[in-house]
Design a protein around this ligand. Structure first.
Ligand code: DAH
Length: 339
């Protein structure tokens, strides 16, 4: 029996010493001390040992057990320490490495320009509203006095969803939508994306943005239109800015005008920026056509109004002296960072 126990102990020591992981060590523990382990088998065999010998054999078994247990414990500690060391080595942090910079973006130049325009008009008591980008031909053209076969439809060729639905070519349809709601008076601006079937170049894009403006009330005159847009130009480009109203034609306004502002680069004396003229065109405007009022359910005998449409990109390009519109859409952070 004694030899048997010595043999088990020697075998256990060998297995424990060979264990190079906690898993293997645990396997060794189970193999010798577990329910079906070798030492347990010896204990179970005690009933066959002669009564007088039992205390001695019991003591031997206990000694063997203690020896194995203590070696298991020591080895476990050693393996755990080694594991911890390895972990610490692998997870070492080099505090001298440069930190990763969190790239915090900022507003796009278009957005900055839009918020500036919104601020100015909100300050004058206007409401900011929105309309759909996918729009009925009815609102985009028909209700704005642009019937089928009107040449203005050619100039604003767009993407047709079907024969009645288009990607809107202008923000002007929002005028019709707001007037139709019948809540008067109206003082609103409507910014948003518009679409045209244009080739991309330095000043064109198939998708760009406009800001529409509309005022409808009793006794609104061209003087209100002029005063409002003059004030807008001064706020946006500086107090010295002068405006010039040139006669123009838009189907939904009568009379209509295009507005130029004095070049904020040269102050009006003429430079490369304004192509020597001293003036820069910024928007289209006019008095809402009586027929448009009528089509939208407003009595033109009682009410009158003015409207205007500004190209947002145009404002951003002018304000930040950017000479190619494509830069606004390329998302090159080296460019965008500058604003
Ligand atoms: N919708 C016109 C365009 O895209 C711009 C415009 C002109 C809007 C005159 C207006 C306006 O509201 O009165 O060319």
């Amino acid at each position: 029996m004694k030899e048997k126990l010595q043999q088990i102990q020697a075998e256990a020591v060998r297995r424990i010493q060979e264990s190079d992981s906690l898993d293997k060590l645990n396997e060794a523990r189970v193999a010798f001390l577990g329910k079906k382990g070798e030492l347990t088998a010896v204990l179970k065999g005690m009933k066959d040992v002669a009564k007088e010998e039992r205390p001695l054999v019991g003591q031997l078994v206990n000694e063997t057990r203690e020896a194995i247990e203590s070696l298991l414990d020591q080895t476990k500690e050693k393996l755990e320490a080694r594991l911890m060391e390895q972990k610490l080595r692998e997870e070492v942090i080099d505090v001298t490495l440069p930190a990763k910079k969190a790239e915090i973006g900022h507003r796009h130049p278009n957005t900055i320009a839009l918020e500036e325009v919104e601020r100015i008009f909100i300050g004058m008591g206007y409401e900011v509203v929105e309309g759909p980008e996918v729009e009925y031909d009815l609102y985009n053209f028909e209700k704005l006095n642009i019937p089928a076969n009107h040449p203005a439809k050619d100039e604003q060729d767009t993407f047709y969803i079907n024969k009645d639905i288009v990607l809107r070519t202008q923000t002007s349809p929002v005028q019709a939508r707001v007037m139709e709601q019948g809540k008067l008076p109206i003082r609103m601006i409507a910014p948003g994306r518009v679409f045209r079937s244009d080739e991309v170049d330095a000043t064109h894009s198939p998708s760009f943005h406009q800001i529409e403006g509309l005022v409808v009330d009793k006794h609104i005159t061209f003087a209100d239109l002029k005063g409002t847009l003059e004030e807008f130009a001064k706020e946006l480009f500086g107090p010295e800015t002068k405006t010039k109203f040139r006669p123009h034609h838009f189907p939904f306004t009568e009379p209509s005008a295009e507005v130029d502002v004095t070049c904020f680069k040269c102050g009006g004396s003429g430079c490369r920026f304004c192509k020597g003229s001293g003036w820069i065109e910024i928007l289209g405007c006019g008095m809402v056509h009586p027929h448009v009022l009528e089509m939208c359910g407003i009595d033109p005998e009682e009410y009158s109004g003015f409207a205007f449409g500004v190209g947002l990109e145009r404002i951003a390009l002018l304000k930040y002296e950017i000479d190619d519109m494509r830069l606004l859409y390329e998302n090159d952070t080296r460019f965008l960072k500058q604003f």
